[in-house]
Design a protein around this ligand. Sequence first.
Ligand code: GLU
Length: 435
Amino acid sequence: MSQEIRVRFAPSPTGPFHIGGARSALFNWLLARKLGGKMVLRIEDTDRKRSTPESEENIKNALKWLGLDWDEGVDVGGSYGPYRQMERLDIYKKYTDRLLAEGKAYYCYCTPEELEEERQGLLKDGKMPRYMGKSDGIPTYNYAVVIDDSLMHVTHVIRAEEHLSNTPRQLLVYDALGFEKPVFGHISLILGTDHTKMSKRHGATSLDAYRQKGYIPAGLNNFLALLGWAPSGEKEIFTMEEAIREFSLERVAKNPAVFDFKKLDWINGQHIRKMTAEAFWELAVPFMEEAGYMTGSEEGAQLEWLKRVAATAQTQVDYGAQIPEKVAMYFSDDFAFENEDAAAVLREETAPVVMKALLEELKALPELNRDTVKATFKKVQKANKLKGQQVYMPVRVALTGNQHGPELAEMIPLFGLERTEKRILQSLEKAGIAL
Ligand code: GLU
């Protein structure tokens, strides 16, 4: 008696798509994909004042970007549509008529003004505002959601803990309508690191904000999956395929999940390392353009150089917006020593000898690439009977002003001979050393 699993994500298009919403969508999606079930996307747009088509678009785009596709619902259709609540008013009316005929519902003749007055009255008395009567032809959430979930044959209602208090009301509606009940699962609250409910105070809460900062779907999905769920092993970095394989409602935790930004960065960084060179380049382009490092019209050798420069950041960044600072040195020869220690490296006795020999050798090379540059460093080190550090450190400081940074054999070919020489000479001059 295996029944097809049918889950749904039912957002209200009333504002920016929240990361909590993305997590609810993800958990439903993982369950559907794991069990070969169906994922339904229903738009709950009965709040006429706050619902907008832009918000619906934003939600759909975000889901697509995350790779959370739906089998039935708005845009794709299905057997139980329409999938937008405002297009289902006649359906709700049919059931309302039935409840009225059965004496399980009654008419409310209150005007919106009267209801508002009542609401204000409750607020003034320090009470929770709530409906004291019934509505205006547009069904309330707790009513419509039951009819929709039932008619759409939803087997598992998986949603955020915020909806827990709605569930008993919905169960009453199920009873009144004589509908079979689905399984309910509420995913725990998302808290900030201070253990209060996650809000803008802690950091961005809209998915768009993360997308704009250059977080990637693989990283966000991995992180969101861990907000309230964990695979059985120790593994924290996983692909969506692995998450599908491992997902189970039994491993969804009851205690609240903490949104740890450092962890998000780490997880996203791990997924950035795994991107193809082409995908990383695509991630980098808007940030490189914004920084003024490219216009987008580059081609040929210049484009190839930009791609190689951007690629140097792939092992260093956690999200796209960090790329410009990692490649800044390739776009300006104006830099300072990071501190006095760095400048002191250049005043060591052997430094000018190294610089002179290195520049001569580099100029004699038929081609400047990682291998030839590496070999040149070795040659200079051997010829002058020096330790590795005595060669690499002054060159690094002279080239960048810093004592740490990417591999020199990677940097020098990207600077090219002319800029390598310019940067070294400029630094020596600043440190008061003559070659
Ligand atoms: N439309 C509701 C919301 O966006 C969700 C309803 C539900 O999942 O039951 O909060």
